[in-house]
Design a binder for this molecule. Sequence first.
Ligand SMILES: NC(=O)c1ccc[n+]([C@@H]2O[C@H](COP(=O)([O-])OP(=O)(O)OC[C@H]3O[C@@H](n4cnc5c(N)ncnc54)[C@H](O)[C@@H]3O)[C@@H](O)[C@H]2O)c1
Length: 332
Amino acid sequence: MNIPLNDYVIQIEEGLLSKINEDIKTFYEFRELFILTDENLFKLYEKELKKELKDFDLKFVVIPAVEQSKSLDTYAKSINELIGLGIKKNHLLIAFGGGVVGDLAGFIAATLYRGVPFIQIPTSLLAMVDSSIGSKTGIDILEGKNLIGAFKNPLKVYIDPLLLKTLPKVEYKNGLAEVIKAGLIGNKTLYEYVKVHDTLTLEEIIMAIKVKVDIVKKDPFEKNERMFLNFGHTFGHAIERHYDYAIKHGVAISYGMLFSLEIGTKLGITEKGLYEEVKDILMRLELVKEPLLDKTLFTKYFANDKKNLADGLRFIFIEQVGQPKIQKGVKF
Ligand SMILES: NC(=O)c1ccc[n+]([C@@H]2O[C@H](COP(=O)([O-])OP(=O)(O)OC[C@H]3O[C@@H](n4cnc5c(N)ncnc54)[C@H](O)[C@@H]3O)[C@@H](O)[C@H]2O)c1
């Protein structure tokens, strides 16, 4: 299936990896391909990538497989390596990995030589349904997550769900948190599915991608509706920051979604019962556990949230499944 988004296409198909050699040749004329990936994926897929991209000379830059790789330090080191390997402004950079690889490679693609063309091949569920879609790239700094970044369209996003066969279970669940979010903000059918299933078929992966694509199309630069995608993320990012990124993004936003639903219920914004229902799903998937984290620990980090604009913090609530709401001036 091909899903167009602005001026590029997201291709989703089981087994797609075996077709991209021919596809890339239709729009790229050079032999060198520069691939940024992490050490886990390099071990698992180096041979397969060399086999599938047989008409290209692959040059790898391999980063540690941790959130801390989204740093100024790894950004500078990766750029040094890429230049050392001979990358030029019209060479193609491929992000082969999860959200960490995608965000870092995308930011390099946006800034190296003021822009090099790049492609996303997301390998984690989270990256397939979320981080590879919508052109946001970035890195973390001491003051907070994703505080330096750029919007950079890839030339293509190639999604091959067969890559998920090697994804550890805990990472799969991490991605399910974003799928639950997608359901809550934009697709009741998807939400009802994840309420009772632990694995997705191609159909639900596509549904989750479409929730994001539809929102990004309406508001590519996050002036309004795109903030819906940040449901659970104000607390989520604060939790990640508090634990120095030693907590999974999916776990952090799971608590973030619950806190938003709890506060929303108290304020009369969120429909009664939704908090308990979502809590049951997240407990079943072991994304949260009792006792829940203490939300008062995290509000001090909100000052550096990207949704904290000059005229105050925007906070995302859910009124009912499929109906998100942006609220200003929430007191915590
Ligand atoms: N740009 C955006 O719009 C956006 C949206 C959501 C999240 N994000 C970012 O995404 C990041 C989280 O992404 P993530 O959860 O993919 O984390 P990640 O990139 O760290 O990947 C998680 C782990 O899974 C491994 N892995 C990935 N694919 C695999 C596969 N197919 N087989 C085996 N192992 C595999 C990785 O090596 C890593 O150890 C965060 O930094 C978050 O801020 C960005």
